[in-house]
Design a protein around this ligand. Structure first.
Ligand code: HEC
Ligand code: HEC
Length: 413
């Protein structure tokens, strides 16, 4: 799965041609409040885009698909599904929840992969990494319409030089109690026995809780805004969208025209309509024998579609994500201590406790875009945010050890 250096010569040959003939100007960057910073716009050059397309087609296409819609040939039934870059939506933005990702975040994801998912680490030379990042930005109109916000600042750790136990203790409280804290356990489940939870609540609220929720040690699936991998996506040009898989209810689809999501209401307001009509076989295209519908676009939508534009269709059904249990699940942005990972400069370094905390700070601070996991930077005090980092690290470092089972057993006390 790894991209080895020796293949890089191929790109100098490939980069010559490619689908791009025009540079792409992105939106000006914005400050933290969303004000435009004039003159900071990034322009993606034709050479870079074509090189990025080459890299993408070689290493990323199998899962993410040529147009980056997440429907490459290997993507079927993949969990979690490969990201659909056409939606311009990212989990690890390195900025704020739901923002466009900063370059350093995209590069970190590509260099290191997402631990425990099919998204592996890609050992690309810097030039190819820059190029593939540029190509990703060409795949959604969002990059042209919206500015990238500043990178989330990892502040100095206020717990350095203090006993770690104190940080963990504060993190334990902030994690489990919403009053004066965050109440992360509402989604992530609790990790402490009832007696401890009682004390934590009492300390924060001045009184013992009347009762505890039944399923406090179990996480439940949370809705995300990502489409499920079973989504049937076919790009279309012209007025027909062919659905090659099982027929579905038209209302259970997300229809995008030129990158814009068009639901039934919007379509009707625009005088558009989607109508399912029986599919007429197309010469030279292998289709299964089952009676498959064609989704036909009517009205203005059809005109939009015939002008060299494209539409895509995904099932509107969204993917539910499980908040991880830190004792038992691998975290996507955090590696086991001692793993060799690449740093910002692309150097191979041994993953340390401090690096693990920095990664946790970034993920907890920014939240996980499109998933139910909100961002906590600016919501909590820095001391609390860092304390949570220590507590999650304390739990995550027990993963895979007999101690994790002991902690689990103590929760039933
Ligand atoms: C074997 C399948 C596979 C291949 C090959 C692959 N990816 Fe991914 N990629 C995934 C999956 C699955 C996810 C979603 C993980 C998740 O949602 O937790 C993902 C997510 C991503 C994300 C989104 C991160 C975010 O913050 O939302 C980026 C960026 C990305 N991949 C880039 C690439 C690039 C660039 C390549 C090629 C160099 C590549 N991927 C190759 C499977 C793959
Ligand atoms: C509303 C529900 C919700 C709340 C509240 C919530 N989370 Fe999450 N969290 C999630 C979900 C869902 C995921 C999994 C997302 C994914 O893997 O795509 C997640 C993932 C995570 C991860 C894993 C990141 C990784 O690298 O895989 C960490 C760490 C985390 N949450 C910490 C916290 C902390 C600390 C708090 C409290 C400050 C918190 N969460 C509050 C829903 C929530």
């Amino acid at each position: 799965m790894r991209a080895w250096l020796f293949t890089s010569w191929v790109f100098f040959a490939c980069a010559e041609g490619g689908p791009f003939t025009q540079p792409i100007a992105l939106h000006d960057k914005v400050d933290a409040e969303g004000n435009e910073l004039k003159g900071t716009r990034e322009t993606l050059s034709v050479e870079q885009l074509n090189e990025g397309h080459g890299v993408f087609m070689r290493y990323c296409y199998a899962c993410h698909g040529e147009k980056g819609d997440g429907h490459g040939p290997s993507s079927l039934a993949m969990r979690p599904p490969p990201r659909n870059f056409a939606l311009g939506q990212f989990k690890f933005t390195g900025s704020g929840y739901g923002d466009l990702p900063v370059d350093s975040a995209l590069k970190r994801t590509i260099r290191r992969g997402l631990h425990g998912t099919p998204m592996a680490a890609w050992d690309l030379p810097p030039r190819q990494l820059d190029a593939v990042v540029a190509y990703i930005k060409s795949l959604s109109a969002r990059w042209k319409e919206e500015g990238v916000k500043p990178e989330l600042q990892v502040t100095a750790d206020p717990w350095v030089g203090k006993p770690k136990d104190e940080a963990v203790a504060m993190g334990r409280r902030v994690f489990h109690v919403a009053v004066g804290g965050a109440g992360c356990s509402g989604c992530h489940a609790s990790f402490e026995p009832k007696a401890v939870l009682e004390k934590l609540h009492e300390a924060a609220t001045g009184k013992k809780p009347e009762s505890f929720p039944e399923g406090r040690y179990e996480t439940s699936l949370k809705s995300s805004s990502y489409a499920s991998a079973e989504a049937l996506v076919r790009r279309v040009s012209g007025c027909d969208a062919q659905l090659w898989e099982k027929p579905v209810d038209v209302d259970a689809l997300n229809v995008q025209v030129n990158g814009q999501l068009v639901d039934r209401d919007t379509a009707h307001k625009n005088g558009w309509d989607f109508v399912e009509v029986p599919r007429v076989p197309v010469a030279g295209v292998q289709v299964p024998a089952a009676p498959l519908p064609t989704l036909r676009f009517f009205g203005a939508a059809c005109e939009v579609l015939t002008k060299d534009s494209e539409a895509s269709i995904t099932a509107a059904q969204t993917l539910k994500l499980s908040p991880p249990s830190f004792l038992f699940h691998r975290l996507k942005t955090v590696w086991p201590l001692g793993t060799w990972v690449k740093d910002e400069a692309g150097r191979r370094v041994e993953y340390t406790e401090a690096m693990q905390r920095e990664d946790l700070y970034r993920t907890i601070g920014a939240g996980i875009g499109g998933a139910a996991m909100p961002g906590w930077k600016g919501v909590l005090e820095e001391e609390q945010l860092w304390a949570l980092v220590y507590y999650v690290q304390f739990l995550a470092q027990k993963r895979g050890t007999p101690e994790a089972l002991n902690v689990r057993a103590s929760m039933n006390e």
